[in-house]
Design a protein around this ligand. Structure first.
Ligand SMILES: Nc1nc2c(ncn2[C@@H]2O[C@H](COP(=O)(O)OP(=O)(O)OP(=O)(O)O)[C@@H](O)[C@H]2O)c(=O)[nH]1
Ligand SMILES: [Mg+2]
Length: 377
């Protein structure tokens, strides 16, 4: 499917890793590469070189307007739009306003990072759940596919659906930052052709900086695009060190707490869930395993937080604890008939099963989106 090609000769001075225009003048500006680098078959900028070889933090360069302009341009093309969401952070990684950008073009919705979900979960159920959540947000995709770009799951099915839906058109891969767009394209490149071309990926938001074109066999192309910055994404608030800790790397297995009313759970020092009133219930916490979950009595919670924030209650870790925005409180009157999740975007969710009637208050750093949703699992 992908055309074998070492470098796009029509744009020799775009970085093959992040798409930015290459310049050789100013080391401190984006796109810098030493002049000698231009002699190579595949040209990458210094920033991509450092991310690739030294695993450095990508200094986040925020270009909201430029990124939005790229998305806006898609409406006037004849193409298939593939929107990627991170299934672990569905709320934080939802690209708002997509229908506005894509015009008449078909949309394929891809739930990535499915490798993080518990093994016994039905993929059909997750797909239906994604359809439901998409509809709630005003998006009716032509289809939903689940993949793990990192592990290579679901890629054959994805390519088959892309093949059917694109009907000879270009393909744009879009989404907010850090959902795995570039990892997905690398996976396709690796499995289906130009394995020596590799787009830069990193655990931090804001890696891809401009459109990257990958030619297909039929003179059409797949385009990687820079992620739109969603301010709700917790990755924009916590330190890079803490982002590593709250991002799960392996399947998440819930830690279940039987809570009585007037008990509190701390998700590290990044969120606090108070079970104010209601019957004794299991609270199943789906978070990365480095998020330490601590149970205490609600009456002691303020004191525990003041005393142990950033230490026992970690992440955040040490000095980074002081830089977080102050907590905001959200009150939920819960009266559920079926499974319901309390979502703290980017940090994870707490699943409540069956009928629950009560009051829950969530405290999370200002800016992090918190809400209830239909249970995913
Ligand atoms: N667990 C898991 N992690 C993934 C998967 N795909 C991507 N990631 C990780 O998600 C992070 C972001 O990946 P990128 O491919 O750089 O994301 P992007 O959407 O291109 O990000 P921007 O260029 O910033 O918009 C990296 O740490 C990837 O390793 C996946 O299928 N599973
Ligand atoms: Mg990218």
């Amino acid at each position: 499917m992908v055309q074998q090609q070492e470098v796009d000769q029509t744009q020799p001075y775009s970085c093959a890793g992040c798409g930015i225009e290459i310049q050789t003048e100013n080391k401190n500006k984006s796109g810098y590469a030493p002049a000698s680098a231009l002699k190579r078959d595949i040209v990458i900028c210094q920033r991509c070189f450092r991310i690739k070889h030294y695993n450095e933090v990508a200094p986040v360069e925020m270009h909201d307007d430029d990124f939005l302009r790229i998305l806006n341009g898609i409406g006037s093309t004849d193409s298939l739009v593939v929107m990627v969401v991170d299934i672990f952070d569905f709320h934080g990684s939802w690209l708002r306003g997509l229908p506005r950008f894509v015009g008449q073009n078909p949309i394929l919705l891809v739930g990535n990072k499915v490798d993080l979900l518990p093994r016994n979960i039905s993929q059909n159920r997750v797909r239906n759940w994604i359809q439901h959540e998409a509809k709630e947000r005003g998006l009716r995709p032509d289809d939903v596919v689940l993949v793990s770009a990192a592990k290579g799951e679901g890629i054959d099915e994805l390519l088959a659906r892309i093949g059917q839906l694109r009907k000879g058109r270009d393909v744009y891969i879009v989404g907010v930052t850090n959902v795995g767009k570039s990892t997905l394209i690398n996976r396709i490149l690796h499995d289906y052709g130009a394995a020596d071309m590799e787009i830069t990926t990193s655990p931090f938001p804001g890696t891809t900086l401009d459109k990257i074109e990958i030619p297909l066999e039929d003179d059409r192309s797949i385009f990687d695009t820079p992620g739109i910055i969603n301010r709700d994404q917790i990755g924009h608030l916590v330190s890079p060190e803490d982002l590593r800790k709250i991002t799960p790397r392996t399947r998440i297995n819930p830690t279940v707490f039987q809570l009585n009313d007037q008990q509190t759970l701390f998700l590290g020092g990044l969120a606090r869930v108070d079970y104010v009133s209601g019957e004794r219930q299991p609270f199943a916490c789906y978070t990365a395993k480095d998020v330490y979950i601590h149970r205490t009595k609600l009456e002691n919670a303020d004191e525990v937080l003041a005393k142990h924030h950033g230490e026992l209650l970690t992440p955040p870790t040490g000095a980074a604890a002081k830089e977080l925005p102050p907590f905001t409180r959200y009150t939920f009157k819960i009266d559920t008939k079926g499974p319901t999740d309390i979502v703290i975007a980017g940090l994870g969710w707490i699943a409540l099963q069956g009928k629950v009637k009560g009051v829950v208050e969530v405290h999370a750093p200002k800016g992090v989106s918190v809400g209830l949703r239909k249970g995913l699992i």
